[in-house]
Design a protein. Sequence first.
Length: 239
Amino acid sequence: MDITGSTNADLAEAARHGAEEGRILIAERQTRGRGRLDRSWESPIHAGLTMSMLLRPAAPPEQWGTLSLAAAVALEESLRAVAGVSVRLKWPNDVLLEGRKVCGILASVEDGAVVIGIGLNVSLTEAELPAPDATSLLLGGAATLDREKIAAAFLAHFAAVYRTWNEEGPSHVVARWREYSATLGRFIEVSFPNGRKVAGTAVDIAEDGRLVVRRGEGEGGEEVLTVAAGDVVHLRRRD
């Protein structure tokens, strides 16, 4: 597909009409992409990999929240294999290259299916980046900018991860996400959908994909929160 409003929206509509698992949609340009917290973005033509996948998981619905983690794990491994870059994973859905966002991942549930969208910055120049904290494979010195090669490697990696996820549950995905995490061990601030903000140390990720945050360290008491949804900012630890 050359141009579409949103690959996720297109596959969500297909899911509502009974589309089978495994449908993949890749667009050269996306004009009405949606991110977390309903943020909008537009991808330049020929400069990124904009892809969505339609899944109908066999695992129980309470485990579906870890599928975006599975996609992030597969992307890390495929980029390391074919592009020679090492990325890190920021909870809940960002992929970082040298500390800057190179990819966003968004999963949604539609009529018994899960649609996962990937927006990877491939050949964007500094002037084309959507935000100051973003980057691209080009700027990160990737060994290849061949989007077909990157897409094929990602889909192969994801197929293997997803097969094990369906058969054995999410524990292997969570373990690999921990290994590649940029968030665990960091002092962070979590902004919740209701406007509340909480600062603390990200200490773990639960088996269902929720982030475990410890507050009050060294202040006469501790509180451990398990965060299901929120926006995370990595902060410098206060002395």
